[in-house]
Design a protein around this ligand. Structure first.
Ligand SMILES: *Cc1c(COP(=O)(O)O)cnc(C)c1O
Length: 377
């Protein structure tokens, strides 16, 4: 494994001497270097407490304040008013697959699912397990999940319509969400949360595992309208009831304090360094456009797997002419300090995850590498 430990000159420079690679991991994924530096700098003595932030009671008022600030920063970045809350949970996006139907569609109530691939399929199946009469309002399975559906068969009885904003595995992303669904929308936004401004007017809930675009694993952020939470099934175990988190400001039991802390630093980074979500979206669009252009101008050597109108700005998926070339591409890329480019284990191929924290410089280096690899192939 010694070649994996060698850090090429280019990456060393990008990592400002830390020996960091260009990180294209699908998740857990890159965090902004400034955030890591700040966390490292105050790790041993957090804000004059004489302790690290992992060693303090979550009832300490500084910690309570920190958690509250993280919530208000998320709401402020998204421009959400007082009809929304952000709450902090554990159990990943996958627990939300169960909690949503348990709260809002148990006991045979109808729920509508749009199947755009693995994560939405899992959510749909979990709804069935949790006693919902879940149905598929649309699916792109027959197109091998290469696109986002554009026509829907919604039920008039559904309690909600569930969709996955960005398919991390296949590299497809909703450009805009259905306007005319009879039921309110719920979305898994794990892999594009805070990558762009969101119009949540038709939504009642959106959830995101932190480890793609926001912070360390162990934290799930749920945006929820308390008015909607109030309609949930009563008598659930406390930690499975959204009201518990709303009523306790996410402090019913010990929250994932360190993960929330890092997420809070990411919010400040988004606000102060980037300048908000419109700026973030513009940066993300530029990165993705450059990479897709490199794919499209490769005379078919690189082939994007998602349909053009459904291409994700977060996960750019493509293939090379043969599996052998893909293997060589991945091996050579690692030597150049370009890390995590392998496709999801369920589909193979190449996936460049270019989340918020992946700098334009990393994308530029990847594009240069792709051109060079093609020249030599
Ligand atoms: C990664 C991912 C998940 C799974 O998240 P966990 O936190 O591991 O449960 C779910 N949905 C999407 C869209 C993802 O990208």
């Amino acid at each position: 494994m010694s070649s994996e430990a060698e850090t090429p000159e280019k990456a060393l420079k990008a990592g400002r001497g830390y020996g960091r690679v260009y990180n294209f991991n699908g998740g857990p994924a890159a965090l902004p270097q400034e955030v890591l530096e700040e966390a490292a700098g105050e790790l041993l003595n957090w804000r004059g407490s004489g302790m690290s932030m992992m060693e303090i009671s979550h009832r300490d008022k500084r910690v309570v304040q920190m958690v509250g600030d993280c919530e208000s920063d998320i709401l402020a970045l998204l421009g959400l008013g007082s009809e929304w809350r952000a709450i902090f949970l554990q159990g990943g996006a996958s627990l939300q697959f169960a909690m949503i139907p348990m709260n809002f569609a148990a006991d045979g109530a109808v729920s509508d699912y749009v199947n755009t691939g693995m994560w939405s399929d899992k959510a749909y199946k979990e709804a069935l397990v949790c006693g919902s009469k879940a149905r598929l309002a649309a699916s792109s399975q027959k197109d091998d999940f290469t696109r986002i559906p554009d026509s829907f068969d919604f039920s008039q009885e559904a309690r909600y319509v569930y969709l996955t904003a960005n398919n991390t595995v296949r590299g497809t992303e909703w450009r805009s969400f259905p306007e005319k669904a009879p039921a309110p929308l719920i979305s898994d936004m794990s892999s594009d949360f805070l990558s762009r401004p969101l119009d949540l007017k038709n939504f009642v809930l959106a959830h995101a595992g932190a480890q793609k675009n926001v912070g360390p694993a162990g934290l799930t952020i749920v945006l929820i309208k308390p008015e909607f939470a109030a309609t949930g099934k009563k008598g659930l175990p406390r930690l499975l009831d959204y009201r518990t988190y709303l009523e306790s400001d996410s402090m019913y039991n010990t929250p994932p304090v360190f993960s929330i802390y890092v997420a809070g630093l990411v919010m400040k980074w988004l606000r102060n360094k980037i300048g908000g979500l419109s700026r973030m979206a513009a940066i993300n669009q530029k990165k993705a456009a450059a990479l897709y252009l490199a794919i499209d101008q490769s005379q078919g050597f690189y082939r994007g797997t998602a349909r053009e109108d459904s291409r994700s700005l977060m996960n750019v998926t493509f293939r090379l002419p043969t599996p052998e070339l893909e293997e060589a591409f991945l091996a050579q890329a690692k030597k150049e300090g370009l890390w995590g480019l392998n496709g999801h284990r369920s589909v193979g191929g190449i996936r460049a995850s270019i989340y918020n924290a992946v700098p334009a410089e990393a994308v530029k280096t990847l594009i240069e590498f792709m051109a060079e690899f093609q020249r030599r192939a």
